[in-house]
Design a protein around this ligand. Structure first.
Ligand code: PGA
Length: 256
C-alpha cells in the first residue's frame, strides 16, 4: 500500500444549487484561488443547465467539469434524461453515478446504476461511483455487506481491465448533509474494505490504482485528517463546495 501514492482528487458536487450566473461568479474567484495547483485533480459537478457554459469557462484550466447523473441510453423517448453521448459531445467525460440522493429520493436501484456504469465505461467516460450504508444498516451491523453488494453490482458489467477507470466514492448516507462526519476509523475501515473487494473483483494492481473518495460533511476543518488516511485518495464535497473559499481550502487540504 502507498508504494505509488494515488493522485489526490477533490470533487465538488453542487447538487441542485447555483444558476449560470452564480456558477460564473464562483469560478471567477475559485480559479484564481487554485491557480498553479497541478499536483492533484479538481472536478466540479454543476447542474446540467450550467454544464455547457462551465466546459467553456474551464478550458485551459486544470479543473474538470463533471455531470451529476446520466441515463444509460444514447437517445430516445426518455423525457427529462441526459445521455452519455450528449455529455461526451460537449467534452464532459466524468459522471457521478449512484449518489445516495439518486438511490433514496429517486429510487435508483443497483440494477439501474449497474447499467449506467456499463454505459459510462463503454462511452469512454470515468464514473464517480458512489456507495454507502444508511444509519439503520450501520446500526444493524450490515455496513460491509451493503458496501460489498453495491460495489459488486455496480461493477458487474465492467471488464476487469476497465475497472481502473472507475473512481469510487464512499458516502455513508447518514453523514451526507448532516454535519455528522464518519470517524477516521470508520472511514479507513470502509475504504480498506472497498479496496480489498476491488482487488477480488479486478486484481490487486487495479485495486492499488483505483481512487476511493470519502464524502459526507467534508469541510476545511476535517479534510486534512481525512486525507491523511491510507486508503483515502480524495473527497466528494457537497455543502462545503458551494463557496469558493471553502472549496479552495479543501483543495489545499494540507494547509488547513
Ligand atoms: P455533503 O454532501 O458534503 O453536503 O455532506 C456530500 C455528497 O453528497 O456528495
Amino acid at each position: 500500500m502507498g508504494q505509488d501514492k494515488r493522485r489526490p482528487l477533490l470533487a465538488a458536487n453542487w447538487k441542485m444549487h447555483k444558476t449560470v450566473s452564480e456558477m460564473e461568479e464562483f469560478l471567477s474567484s475559485f480559479l484564481k484561488m487554485v491557480s498553479g495547483i497541478d499536483d492533484r485533480d479538481i472536478f466540479i459537478a454543476p447542474s446540467f443547465v450550467c454544464l455547457h457554459d462551465m466546459v467553456k469557462l474551464l478550458k485551459g484550466t486544470q479543473v474538470e467539469p463533471a455531470a451529476q447523473n446520466m441515463f444509460y441510453k444514447e437517445e430516445g423517448a426518455f423525457t427529462g434524461e441526459v445521455s452519455p453521448k450528449m455529455l461526451t459531445s460537449i467534452g464532459v467525460s466524468l459522471v457521478i453515478l449512484g449518489h445516495s440522493e439518486r438511490r433514496h429520493i429517486f429510487h435508483e436501484d443497483d440494477e439501474l446504476i449497474g447499467k449506467k456504469m456499463e454505459s459510462a465505461i463503454s462511452h469512454g467516460m470515468r464514473p464517480v461511483f458512489c456507495v454507502g450504508e444508511t444509519l439503520e444498516e450501520r446500526e444493524k451491523g450490515l455496513t460491509s455487506t451493503v458496501l460489498k453488494n453495491q460495489l459488486s453490482r455496480g461493477l458487474q458489467g465492467i471488464k476487469e481491465s476497465d475497472t481502473g477507470r472507475v473512481i469510487v466514492a464512499y458516502e455513508p448516507v447518514w453523514a451526507i448533509g448532516t454535519g455528522k462526519t464518519a470517524t477516521l476509523e470508520q472511514i479507513q475501515e470502509a475504504h480498506a474494505l472497498l479496496r480489498s473487494e476491488i482487488g477480488k473483483l479486478a486484481g490487486e494492481d487495479i485495486a492499488q490504482k483505483v481512487r476511493i473518495l470519502y464524502g459526507g460533511s467534508v469541510k476545511p476543518g476535517n479534510i486534512k485528517d481525512i486525507m491523511g488516511l491510507d486508503d483515502v485518495d480524495g473527497a466528494l464535497v457537497g455543502g462545503a463546495s458551494l463557496e469558493p473559499e471553502s472549496f479552495a481550502q479543501i483543495v489545499r487540504f494540507e494547509e488547513n
